[in-house]
Design a protein around this ligand. Structure first.
Ligand code: ZN
Ligand code: ZN
Length: 222
């Protein structure tokens, strides 16, 4: 069931993109700010306490590795995880670098999802705008519908696969805390970048501020 929901989040994003046809970008950036704040709040309220149950400095190293990993991945994805794509689509071939970097990110974020936290909701809320923006990119860049749907289909499988592996592999489970710490780093970087980039030129935007505060409150009271 959880796997299906994670998959459907991407399908929904594609549907919304087809429906909106690149207009209403303003509303999407509002929802993006909400999703970033929500993901950050789930990370701070639930994932951090989980890995620091027994405090140790080495957990901090894994968090830093996650931050660095995400910075590295964004050299190839050009920021698709946090809501914009700046690829120059000269060829209309399958964009492998974008695909691989996004897939590593999406696979990882499936690992810490469990019954004990609300990360499933956090990842779904975060995935929908990412899927919308990816779809916009593919449509605007003139990719064929087959490549677009194939890309989104494979991308949608990654988080459920990550979640499935972590639930079913005893080997992976021995490193549960370390992997969760890496994903915390990934989430910290992605969500704070969303928040940073969603305020254009540091101008105060009341509606965005409200979206962020509501997201934090919701995550707290879940
Ligand atoms: Zn960016
Ligand atoms: Zn993500």
């Amino acid at each position: 069931m959880n796997y299906l929901l994670l998959f459907l989040a991407v399908a929904l994003g594609y549907g919304v993109a087809l429906f909106l046809k690149t207009k209403k970008i303003k509303q999407i950036s509002l929802y993006l700010a909400f999703s970033g704040a929500f993901l950050l709040a789930i990370t701070v309220f639930e994932l951090l306490p989980e890995v620091f149950e027994t405090p140790s400095k080495s957990i901090g190293i894994f968090i830093m590795v996650g931050i660095l990993l995400q910075i590295f991945l964004e050299f190839f994805s050009k920021g698709a995880e946090h809501g914009h794509v700046h690829l120059h689509a000269d060829t209309k071939d399958f964009p492998w670098l974008l695909f691989i970097s996004l897939s590593i990110h999406a696979l990882l974020e499936g690992f810490p999802i469990s019954e004990e936290n609300n990360l499933l909701i956090g990842v779904i809320v975060h995935k929908i705008p990412v899927a919308i923006i990816l779809s916009f990119f593919f449509i605007k860049a003139g990719y064929s519908r087959i490549i677009t749907v194939l890309f989104l289909f494979l991308f949608a499988l990654m988080t459920p696969i990550g979640s499935f592996i972590s639930e079913n592999s005893v080997y992976i489970d021995t490193y549960h805390t370390e992997i969760t710490a890496v994903v915390i780093g990934v989430f910290l970087h992605v969500s704070t970048t969303i928040l940073f980039e969603s305020s254009s030129n540091h101008k105060f935007d009341l509606s965005k501020m409200i979206a962020v505060v509501v997201a934090i409150l919701l995550a707290y009271f879940l």
